[in-house]
Write a protein that binds this ligand. Structure first.
Ligand SMILES: [Zn+2]
Length: 221
């Protein structure tokens, strides 16, 4: 569904299969963030096509982090000529203990590395400017993508509506997760796109969610 001019959100709503939310950013460099599992791409494509967006047009795929429910489907796009970007720390992770997460679900970690690494700071996506924040905790070098003009944050599995990403998988770290949450809570956010669950809209709701998370989760983590 279209949320903002050129920004589309595809929530994963099935209760029976785990998969992530996907964000599509149209423009000079049509960009897809976190396509999800390969075998579930068909549902995503149906939803995109209903919005008049073609998966074949995607030129860049960004992974917030290396978990299979976010980026197993990257390969489909790579084979059709799209570039793939992930942070260096996540790529290193996948070549080490992160690969075990794939193997524990009967999958193989991606063989091919990204076309370029996401780095802390500005990312030019055509005429559109985005900011990459490396926000470890859920995984060693997860990234959030922030669009300042749109006041939109793609948060991956750092934070959800009423929850946080798990820290018990290999490479997870509760203290880092808390630091990363405190950091992104400083941003001016009107639209928060989490990696799972519903979008959080409106600055007041976004702030209330950050407050709730800090009060309800920080002591337990
Ligand atoms: Zn994850």
């Amino acid at each position: 569904m279209k949320i903002l001019d050129e920004i589309y959100f595809y929530p994963w709503e099935s209760m029976t299969e785990n998969n992530c939310n996907t964000v599509f950013i149209d423009g000079e460099v049509p960009t897809l963030v976190d396509p999800g599992h390969t075998h579930l791409l068909g549902q995503l494509f149906e939803d995109m096509e209903a919005d008049g967006v073609s998966p074949d047009d995607v030129k860049l795929v960004i992974s917030t982090h290396g978990h299979p429910d976010h980026c197993e489907g990257n390969e489909w796009f790579r084979q059709r000529g799209a570039m793939v970007a992930v942070s260096k720390g996540e790529d290193d992770f996948l070549r080490g203990s992160g690969g075990d997460i794939y193997r524990s679900f009967g999958m193989e970690p991606p063989e091919t590395g990204p076309d370029f690494f996401l780095q802390e700071g500005e990312l030019d996506v055509g005429a559109r400017r985005a900011e990459v924040l490396i926000t470890p905790g859920h995984s060693p070098a997860s990234a959030c993508i922030y669009f300042e003009r749109e006041k939109a944050l793609i948060a991956g599995d750092l934070i959800f509506q009423g929850g946080v990403g798990r820290v018990d998988l290999p490479g997870g770290d509760a203290e880092q997760l808390k630091e990363s949450i405190v950091r992104v809570a400083q941003l001016d956010i009107e639209h928060l796109f989490p990696g799972h669950g519903p979008i959080i809209s409106g600055q007041e709701n976004v702030m209330a969610n950050f407050d709730f998370i800090q009060q309800a989760f920080f002591q337990m983590l």
